[in-house]
Design a protein around this ligand. Structure first.
Ligand SMILES: [Zn+2]
Length: 399
């Protein structure tokens, strides 16, 4: 029997809270909460923005990243959110976004529903307390399979993991491998200055057990790393960046915009893992293929299925590419050119620089420093070959 969610948002009362809106409108009026989102469609970024209401997203862990991700998806008008967390709101959480001091003592899921249903009563919210215990795991798997009574077509479309420990991630990994469910993993480091997101498509990309984190691969028990009395650091900035990256990729995945590969999913392989180092503003990316020796049996099963389906998948991709190529428009994109806009050749633009006069633009009385007044740097010695460079370095070291 499918488990009942513990709660669900009720239609908002008429105390200044918006009413439920049946259809998303693109009408540009101050009272329309969706006008700026529907503009994505008008501007050609998203083909069908309103389809966001057909999607169900599960967020596991409603902490510093998960709560912000939930708010972003709620404001974007997602159809249904399933929220999982066993924890309560504490004053120690106030350095992060989302929760408020008056919510201290409430469960994070209850507090989240209170805020999210006020922001957008159109979103269906379902709450679950636990997913890591044995019973919790069964409930978790069932909840991902269950369709909403208000949204007939879809089970969960995407799972976002926003938990803070390895064990909880492995539970999400197990459930998603068993269900062949695409998910995205996120995390923020204990020193609060770096983070990552990762896309996991069972069978196609590495699962969480295919490439365990270094600490796990080296055989160290993660729990022994948590020193008594030493709490992990956290910054609302890093968590906000990671939540933003996570939800941006979730939106691209669901609404199919951004870089679209013929592999029928929207990520370039190099974007399967995205890191973030805030100290250097560095975003390393890497491709993570599944490990044929993965310890997770369900992962191996999904890998086999993926390989078996390859010929049919390749044929479908080829047919799609051929169809697109044959339907390509060869004429001008815009027949009318009311404003006489023309494309200027880059080289033409560069050559016109020599025509710039010394006269100051109208209204500008002085220009400092004059660009022409800078002495040109003397060109340094050039090294035509490596031998010459090596000789010079050796001479320097010998001195
Ligand atoms: Zn695996």
């Amino acid at each position: 029997m499918p488990p009942d969610p513990r709660g669900r948002s009720e239609p908002a009362a008429s105390n200044g809270i918006p009413d439920i809106i049946k259809d998303m409108s693109a009408e540009v009026v101050d009272s329309n909460p969706y006008s700026r989102l529907m503009a994505l469609q008008r501007m050609g970024i998203v083909e069908n923005y309103e389809s966001i209401r057909d999607f169900s997203v599960a967020i596991v862990g409603i902490g510093g990243v998960g709560s912000v991700a939930a708010e972003m998806l709620t404001r974007c008008g997602i159809g249904r959110l399933l929220l999982y967390d066993y924890d309560s709101v504490e004053l120690a959480n106030m350095n992060r976004l989302f929760f408020r001091p008056d919510q201290v003592g409430m469960t994070k899921t209850d507090a989240a529903v209170q805020t999210l249903s006020d922001i957008n009563p159109d979103v269906i919210l379902e709450l679950f307390l636990e997913h890591t215990t044995v019973k919790g795991f069964e409930t978790f798997v069932e909840s991902l399979k269950r369709k909403s009574s208000r949204m007939s077509a879809h089970c969960v479309d995407l799972v976002l993991s926003c938990v803070d420990n390895y064990e909880a991630r492995m539970v999400v990994n197990q459930a998603c491998n068993e269900l062949s469910q695409t998910w995205m993993e996120s995390g923020v480091s204990e020193d609060a200055v770096s983070g990552h997101i990762q896309l996991l498509i069972p069978g196609e990309t590495a699962c969480f057990a295919c490439a365990p984190p270094l600490v796990v691969a080296s055989g160290v028990d993660e729990r022994t790393l948590k020193r008594e009395g030493v709490c992990a650091a956290s910054l609302p900035t890093t968590m906000g960046v990671v939540a933003g990256l996570l939800v941006q990729n979730a939106l691209k995945y669901l609404l199919k915009f951004g870089k679209c590969l013929p592999v029928l999913h929207i990520f370039s392989p190099s974007l399967l893992f995205q890191g973030y180092n805030s100290l250097k503003d560095f975003f390393p990316t890497m491709e993570m293929k599944p490990n044929p020796q993965c310890s997770n049996a369900a992962c191996l099963e999904r890998q086999r299925e993926y390989i078996l389906a390859k010929p049919a998948r390749d044929a479908a991709i080829k047919a799609k590419v051929d169809a697109e190529a044959s339907s390509k428009v060869t004429g001008p994109i815009h027949v009318d050119n009311e404003w006489n806009i023309s494309v200027v050749d880059d080289s033409e633009g560069q050559s016109s620089h020599s025509d710039i006069s010394d006269a100051l633009p109208q209204g500008l009385v002085r220009e400092l420093p004059s660009a022409d007044g800078y002495p040109l740097e003397e060109p340094g010695p050039s090294f035509d070959d490596l031998d010459e460079l090596r000789r010079q370095l050796e001479a320097l070291n010998a001195a």
